[in-house]
Design a binder for this molecule. Structure first.
Ligand code: HEM
Length: 139
């Protein structure tokens, strides 16, 4: 693994989320493994999973620093995961998401906007990767 710090952020974020899906559980009741369950339609579930794959793809772009860091590319990847992503969630789906989930989501999107800001101003790849790693503290 060329970029263990970035990979760690991805793995820890996903391990700590504490949320699962199931269509045969009551909303927000705990799953057998203790995670909360979101009751979503298949389309809504697909939308969340798509968002997750966007997260993963953006994080991979940000950590794909080979030799010479491409800070504009880091900033662009982070910007795509920032608050602008929030506006793409339909109100009906948003209404089904527990407060804790939405707060975590907002916090992580805000973190990505911060990463964009410093990638453009400081242009220091190690700073950006540290910020990415710290983002998992919120998740
Ligand atoms: C850098 C940030 C993140 C990355 C890279 C990431 C990545 C992923 C990936 C790859 C999946 C599996 C997607 C699939 O099944 O196709 C996933 C699932 C999930 N993620 Fe994220 N995620 C991130 C942040 C978040 C945040 C902030 C939340 C909640 C606010 C969240 C909630 C979930 C949930 C609920 C699932 C489904 C878990 C399950 O199916 O049991 N993730 N994530």
């Amino acid at each position: 693994m060329k970029h263990p710090r970035g990979a760690l952020a991805v793995v820890l974020l996903c391990l700590n989320l504490g949320v699962a899906y199931a269509e045969d559980h009551h909303a927000h009741a705990p799953a057998p493994d203790g995670r909360a369950v979101l009751e979503l339609d298949p389309d809504e579930r697909a939308m969340i999973q798509e968002e997750m794959r966007l997260f993963l793809s953006g994080v991979l772009q940000m950590t794909a620093v080979r030799g010479k860091p491409d800070m504009p590319a880091v900033a662009d990847a982070a910007r795509n995961l920032g608050q602008k992503m929030v506006h793409e969630v339909p109100p009906t789906l948003r209404a089904k998401l527990p407060l804790e989930f939405r707060q975590l989501g907002f916090s992580v999107h805000r973190d990505f906007d911060q990463i964009t800001h410093f990638a453009e101003s400081l242009k220091e790849v190690s700073y950006s990767l540290n910020q990415l790693s710290d983002t998992r503290q919120n998740a």
